[in-house]
Design a binder for this molecule. Sequence first.
Ligand code: NAP
Length: 288
Amino acid sequence: MTPASQKPFLLLGADGMLGRAFVELFQSQNLPFEPLSLPRFDLTRPESIRDAISPRFAAAINCAAYTDVDGAEQNQALANQINATGVGQLAIDCRIASIPLVHFSTDYVFDGAGRTPYPPAPPPAGSHPINVYGQSKLQGELLTRGVSTDHLIIRTSWLYAPWGQNFVRTITAAARSRPELKVVNDQRGRPTSAQHLAACTLALLRRNARGIYHITDGGDCTWFDLAIEIVRLVGAHCNVSPCTTADFPRPAKRPDYSVLDIGKTESELGMMPPWQSNLATVITHLEP
Ligand SMILES: NC(=O)c1ccc[n+]([C@@H]2O[C@H](COP(=O)([O-])OP(=O)(O)OC[C@H]3O[C@@H](n4cnc5c(N)ncnc54)[C@H](OP(=O)(O)O)[C@@H]3O)[C@@H](O)[C@H]2O)c1
């Protein structure tokens, strides 16, 4: 029989921003894994979930999600089907196969009204996510926790990578083509390198961690602070000035204060590197 450590990881949503970081990590460490993505793996089709899950995997790592925060306001049913119902089905199939489920969630499960970092625990009774995406992700957490204790729910925030659609690439492109940018300075959170997130997730899995954890870069900032540092690192000649969320209304509300408490993760894995250093690493590898 293959020892548990040699079983492959099942990587769901392998084509997304975080999925790609896991592909890179597994390849660099010569770890066996099987990637699955749309259309073969589809969280809206229970039979495709059932077909994907098997006891031959060390764990299922789910990077698939509906992630269009503004789009979710118009597409509530689809966001719920993918982020809640589909994830609940995934948790059930993992329980049947007796394999752990690693699932990613978000700072947006909190209401954004706090002024101290949010602990890695269920949001306080009576608080509610302020947008549809956050509600769908919270429901996915609840369903996962309700099915089995053999899960690792990892909340993260403000994800960026050298690839995919993210703030770092958007600001880099804008700063290289425009003389001026206005960026919101009244939302505070923790940026997270997808490569750092994948590596820390694997480290937690190796320690058999279970339950809710938060993984982000170290430190916190506003989007404006982050934009200033991106522009500095890419050496663009662009003047970045601060503005308010109210200056740029969007379909989905955004939390003012979105800082996740990473103390529990740091006590297991050591201090998270400051966002400025993870950002510098990612910027040196930015894809065009
Ligand atoms: N991005 C952030 O800032 C952020 C912040 C906090 C938490 N998170 C969480 O982190 C995780 C990874 O996010 P990410 O930024 O890597 O997202 P992403 O780049 O949007 O990747 C999600 C992947 O899921 C796929 N997908 C969409 N609908 C699906 C379905 N019905 N069945 C199966 N796959 C489907 C997407 O395919 P298509 O591209 O073809 O639609 C995409 O490849 C998610 O759980 C997200 O909620 C992200």
